[in-house]
Design a protein around this ligand. Structure first.
Ligand code: DGY
Length: 416
């Protein structure tokens, strides 16, 4: 695996723009939230100092209310739409106005444990705590224990079929003209449709119109979904934040985190679908569970939420998916009629999700299935390079190439 490790390190170095790593050249020319946090797990394997810088630079974008935005626009670039002018937020450096899956606390804990850098961890701990408080206050104002995404981009799984029905309620009538750049960089068949983009940008226009004010956004949002992946990742992140709080926090902060964890544990239960054998998102405006089986619905394994019986049921479900595709874990159940093996989050395999699922499976004693997922992920990387995502039927490269978080997963997991 030495060759793969060197190649993965070279991808991170090439995408390093000075303390932050772009996901890939041209397609994503700025710093993305969960990309960066996960990429730090790659950096820490060969340059711990650089790993810490990644998190510090991400937090340069943090808002006064605690929100960590999904993009920090450290520089100008015409390669990406929508750029800072469309977002129209008031932060310096310029940022987007929405957030992304909160993997940061989990990464912070791992960096701290691996480097033993108490000073850095102590400085970043309150910043991450502030972000978790933002999720609770801004996205679960009634305190039910599930946080909502208000834009599909906040899920990180932009065009998942799980958002089809809630997104259909969002008007496809943006005021901002759509000038897509992504389809100039990668095959349009691997990206969301124009129709989806019109709705994505309508939401940006709407929220910009209320000044990106959290309570006003909550009131006007035509899309409000308790995404199973975001909620599972947050539940895991709160557990890791609690460990950090034991070293760096006050008693009141530990009590506050423990209280949120309790609420989240009970609320996540509502997302379990026993017939489907996994968890599913909840449409908070329609009031119904969204009956779509995605890889996001397996992330409660990573969050250590299910009991052993449920976890075993989920493992068997993953194996069942594996009878239909050559490479695990497709982002959509492959027998779903909407399964599209090349289109972004409607079928392809993602290395970051594979690692989370495999770590969860290991926790539950499903070592053989976890090893199969890890080996298949490494095989995809050998065969198709560090692609953004992969076709689960033939292992073909999809999306951007020389992709940072895929290379990072080779370094911290698949090639070890
Ligand atoms: C994109 O532009 O494709 C991103 O997923 C939005 O964050």
């Amino acid at each position: 695996m030495t060759g793969m490790i060197e190649a993965a390190q070279a991808v991170l170095r090439a995408n390093d723009k000075g303390g932050y790593t772009v996901p890939t050249a041209r397609l994503y020319p700025f710093q993305w939230n969960w990309d960066s946090a996960l990429v730090a797990l790659g950096w820490v394997t060969f340059d711990p100092e650089r790993a810490w810088r990644e998190l510090e630079r991400l937090l340069e974008g943090q808002w006064d209310d605690g929100m960590v935005p999904h993009i920090v626009f450290h520089v100008r670039s015409d390669d990406y739409f929508p750029g800072p002018d469309v977002w129209g937020t008031r932060h310096q450096p310029a940022t987007s106005g929405i957030s992304q899956p909160p993997v940061l606390a989990t990464v912070l804990r791992q960096l701290w444990e691996e480097t033993g850098d108490d000073n850095r961890a102590a400085t970043l701990f309150p910043r991450v705590l502030a972000w978790h408080r933002w999720w609770a206050a801004a996205r679960d104002p009634e305190g039910g224990g599930l946080v909502a995404i208000l834009h599909p981009w906040e899920s990180g799984m932009d065009n998942s079929p799980a958002w089809d029905a809630p997104l259909a309620r969002v008007p496809a009538t943006p005021t901002t003209p759509i000038r897509r750049r992504d389809t100039g960089h990668v095959d349009a068949a691997m990206r969301p449709h124009d129709e989806e983009y019109r709705r994505y940008i309508h939401l940006v226009d709407l929220f910009r119109g209320v000044g990106w004010q959290a309570s006003a956004m909550w009131r006007c949002a035509p899309l409000k979904v308790a995404d199973v992946a975001v909620n599972a990742i947050l539940y895991r992140a709160e557990q890791d934040l609690l460990v950090l709080a034991q070293r760096f926090g006050e008693a009141a902060e530990r009590a506050e985190i423990a209280e949120r964890l309790e609420r989240q544990r009970n609320a996540l239960d509502r997302l379990w679908n026993g017939e489907a054998g996994l968890y599913q998102s909840l449409d908070l405006l329609g009031g119904e569970r969204i009956p779509v089986c995605t890889s996001g619905g397996l992330l409660p394994l990573f969050a250590r939420h299910p009991g052993p019986t449920r976890a075993a049921r989920m493992a068997r479900e993953i194996e069942r998916w594996g009878q239909h595709v050559r490479y695990l874990v497709p982002s959509l159940c492959p027998s779903d009629p909407r399964f599209d093996p090349k289109r972004y989050w409607r079928g392809p395999v993602w290395a970051i999700i594979n690692r989370m699922i495999a770590q969860g499976l290991e926790h539950y004693g499903e070592a053989a299935l976890a090893a199969r997922i890890r080996e298949q992920t490494a095989e995809l990387m050998w065969q198709s390079g560090f692609s953004e995502y992969y076709d689960p039927t033939d292992g073909g490269a999809c999306g951007g190439s020389n992709f940072s978080w895929t290379a990072a997963m080779a370094l911290c997991w698949a090639a070890r």
